[in-house]
Design a protein around this ligand. Structure first.
Ligand code: SF4
Ligand code: SF4
Length: 78
C-alpha cells in the first residue's frame, strides 16, 4: 500500500503559479476556483485522496508555501 500524506498550503504566500499542480505525480492538487487569497490569487489545494507525502510539490513551490506530512509506517516484528 502506498504511504499516505497530506499537505497544507499557506495562502498568505501562494501566488497561484500552478507549479505544484503540474509537478504532483498523483494529480491531487488544483487551484481552488472558489477561493481568492488576500493578494488576489486562486490558491493551490489538495482536491482528492491519493497524496503520498512525496513532498515534490513542496520542493518546486517558489514561495515555500507548502508543508507536507507523511504517515509513519510502524514495523511490527515478525
Ligand atoms: S506530497 Fe506529493 S503526492 Fe502529495 S500533493 Fe505533494 S506532490 Fe502530490
Ligand atoms: S507552487 Fe506554491 S505558489 Fe505556486 S500554486 Fe503551488 S503552492 Fe501556490
Amino acid at each position: 500500500m502506498p504511504p499516505k500524506g497530506r499537505i497544507a498550503v499557506n495562502e498568505m504566500y501562494c501566488k497561484g503559479c500552478e507549479l505544484c499542480v503540474n509537478a504532483c505525480p498523483q494529480h491531487v492538487i488544483a487551484l481552488a476556483a472558489d477561493r481568492i487569497t488576500a493578494k488576489g490569487y486562486h490558491p493551490a489545494a489538495l482536491v482528492k485522496e491519493g497524496c503520498t507525502g512525496c513532498a515534490i510539490c513542496s520542493v518546486v513551490c517558489p514561495e515555500a508555501a507548502i508543508t507536507v506530512w507523511r504517515e509513519a509506517v510502524r514495523r511490527v516484528p515478525a
